[in-house]
Write a protein that binds this ligand. Structure first.
Ligand code: PLP
Length: 394
């Protein structure tokens, strides 16, 4: 097992020390969960958080009456004092005007308006516990807003890097929340490179997607909630707008953990990844039968959360999509924006373009017959349209 140098800190809220182990998602190498960790030192791939799971870890019946946020699943979340703004337990809305079996998981009602709140709540809580004081991340917008908010709540410093054409609301939000904002002439990958370059000199802890182990732990609660809200069944298909892929990866992990605790059986929804035509590395790798995705060159889409040309967790997503009989497809910006109007008018939810992408993909799959009208389909509306007014104006 690899270890870094710092001593294991004690839990400030008196919770028992973690019964978690970290292993590389690709090569299986073990890492010390008592200190801040990033990627596997050998293969530079994400670390997975493993819990000691059995039916006695948490009985699903014990959830009744717990607080309605993601920390209701605390026994299977990072063992630390939660920095919480009330994230999670978002509504799962039936949307019969889109289709008799279409449901929308409305992540736009999270603090800071997107599902990124879940990941940052978990990651910032754990980073604080493990001694980080200055947090940095590259972002398409939503993750930066969430990091700024949770760092403020945790009394930590936040440094966020966003492409300079990121919608203005994200930039203003981060500044108001006290983060230091740097706008970069480039894509999120260029922002990530800047964070990497300066991390050591600045004393930052890098919270880039899947480059530390705990954001995905927050995101996985979407999977726990879905099962709980559907009375411990899972839908036939999940359509998820994919950038770095933490949501997909997290939900796949949640389903496996719930099975291990005896909460659900072995059936899984088809995990369907939707990307933008102008940035579709996962779709291309899926179609080419590859396990690792090449970088998408000249990435461009108004769904800024989907403008992720290269994802460090590509193989985890691609394995999951294949093993569940899912698929990956791309939609045009025009289709995703017009689908936002349809989704909005049929549900009352103002979706981010990424949410529109999920509905655009569903229509395509329903018309081809790869999803049946009788299938229960959950669309992930990952964020609010309120922060993307430029995309709608355009
Ligand atoms: C609204 C929205 N949806 C989807 C995504 C993609 O998320 P993931 O990194 O989990 O694939 C993002 C990422 O920024 C986003 O902001």
């Amino acid at each position: 097992m690899r270890s870094k140098t710092a001593p294991i800190p004690t839990c400030s809220d008196g919770m028992p020390m973690p019964e978690v182990a970290l292993t590389c998602w690709l090569c299986g190498e073990g890492y010390d969960a008592g200190v801040l960790q990033t990627l596997c030192e050998d293969c530079h791939r994400p670390l997975r958080v493993n819990y000691d799971l059995s039916p006695s870890t948490l009985d699903r019946a014990d959830l009744a009456g717990r607080e309605e946020n993601m920390w209701r699943y605390r026994e299977v979340l990072p063992p630390c004092e939660p920095i919480t703004l009330g994230e999670g337990f978002t509504p799962l809305r039936h949307a019969p005007r889109l289709g008799s079996n279409i449901w929308v998981k409305d992540e736009s009602v999270n603090p800071t308006g997107s599902f990124k709140a879940r990941g940052m709540s978990a990651a910032v809580s754990m980073a604080k516990k493990l001694g980080a004081r200055r947090l940095a991340a590259p972002s398409a917008g939503n993750a930066a807003g969430a990091l700024a908010a949770y760092a403020a709540a945790a009394d930590l410093e936040a440094f966020v890097f966003m492409p300079q054409d990121t919608p203005q609301a994200f930039i203003t939000e981060c500044r108001v929340l006290g983060a230091q904002v740097e706008l970069v002439d480039g894509l999120i990958t260029d922002c990530g490179a800047l964070v990497r370059e300066r991390t050591q000199e600045m004393g930052w802890f890098d919270l880039s997607t899947l480059k530390e182990p705990y954001r995905v732990e927050g995101k996985k609660t979407m999977g726990y909630e879905l099962a709980e809200q559907l009375n411990w069944s899972l839908p036939n298909a999940i359509i998820y707008p994919t950038g770095g892929g933490t949501g997909l990866v997290g939900m796949g992990k949640a389903f496996d953990e719930m099975e291990e605790m005896g909460w659900i059986g072995s059936d899984r929804p088809k995990m369907i990844s939707v990307q933008a035509e102008g940035c579709q590395p996962i779709v291309t790798a899926f179609k080419n039968g590859e396990r690792f995705a090449d970088e998408h060159k000249n990435a461009s889409t108004s769904a800024s959360g989907l403008r992720v040309p290269k994802a460090v967790g590509d193989f985890i997503m691609l394995d999951l999509i294949r093993v569940t009989g899912g698929t990956a497809l791309a939609v045009s910006d025009h289709d995703m924006i017009s689908s936002c109007y349809e989704l909005g008018a049929a549900t009352g939810i103002f979706p981010a373009p990424e949410g529109g992408a999920a509905w655009a993909a569903a229509k395509q799959l329903l018309s081809e017959g790869s999803i049946k009208q009788t299938d229960q389909v959950v669309l992930f509306c990952t964020g609010s349209g309120l922060k993307y007014l430029e995309a709608f104006d355009a």
